[in-house]
Design a protein around this ligand. Sequence first.
Ligand code: ATP
Ligand code: MG
Length: 366
Amino acid sequence: VTTPRKRYTVTLLPGDGIGPEVISVAKNVLNLTASIEGIQFEYKERPVGGAALDLTGVPLPEETLLTAKQSDAVLLGAIGGYKWDNNEKHLKPETGLLHLREGLKVFANLRPASVLPQLVDASTLKKEVAEGVDLMVVRELTGGIYFGKPRGLGTNENGEQIGFNTEVYASFEIDRIARIAFETARKRRGKLCSVDKANVLEASMLWRKRVNAIASEFPDVELSHMYVDNAAMQLVRNPKQFDTIVTNNIFGDILSDEASMITGSIGMLPSASVGESGPGLFEPIHGSAPDIAGQDKANPLATVLSVAMLLKYGLGEVNAANRIEAAVLDTLNRGFRTGDIYSPGTKLVGCKEMGEEVLKSVDSQV
Ligand code: ATP
Ligand code: MG
């Protein structure tokens, strides 16, 4: 018996739809990995989203947020579903997620997009373009045009209706996202591409200036800059050229969805949202998938890979993270597939069985 080196508290927020199914698998994978690596976890499971609406009348109960804030990391399943789309109080489950991000002050959203050799045929791109893609989009999450003021609907001098929004970034906001991006690139292949529109937008001119300034703290990372229109094109033309991409809130929203479509496997993609201190929020990028909820059909691997991100980017437990990533690849190599990634000649399994196979692979990694 190994003495636990470290002890962490993780808040589990299963949420709605397939959330509870994939969280249950991910928790088992985390538990086994932890016991092998000599780490101890305590779990606090709390309601969020539609589940919380039904129980307490609000999508993010105060107790859920407090527990999340006091833990070392937060693992979320998914939020929302048809059931709450037209509820009387007009409280949407999804607002729970926005408030959770706000409450945890997570300003950096990390979204990897890798084309795994076993799933290259799922890519929307030609095989030779897709093969070997392994990139990470670091998106600024709490600033920019989605939050900037002034904003609103109004009337101009000709009496015509107008809508307006403001792209604002303060230097501290750019500096802190840049540092996270450089650190992320350092943990990967050491290449960072900053995406902006500095030829047109003043907010982007400051962005570029600050990213260049922060670069001096990271001489080991190779920095380049790209305009967003070109980046959108390069992502489908030659995505292999990218390692880590850092960009603002709106460009990151668009580019991270574009990057995820390159892989074509929504059930495989994890994400992390982190701040300067305090717990990070880790979740699959897919939604609650109400069409397959409760049928044991969900692919749990996006959530399992979110646990790997939790270990790597949330707790710095890199060995444990690597063990989980290797286990996922091993499970795919042994031919197991849920319906969303199935192809002829592979073995079709449900969510639970996929989880059991991942556990075997976790156990067999040296
Ligand atoms: P959001 O809730 O973020 O708006 P959405 O409703 O657009 O997301 P999802 O809930 O992610 O989309 O579902 C989109 C499609 O992908 C559905 O057909 C769903 O069944 C499928 N899907 C999503 N996640 C998974 C998964 N983990 N395993 C298998 N299929 C999935
Ligand atoms: Mg949905």
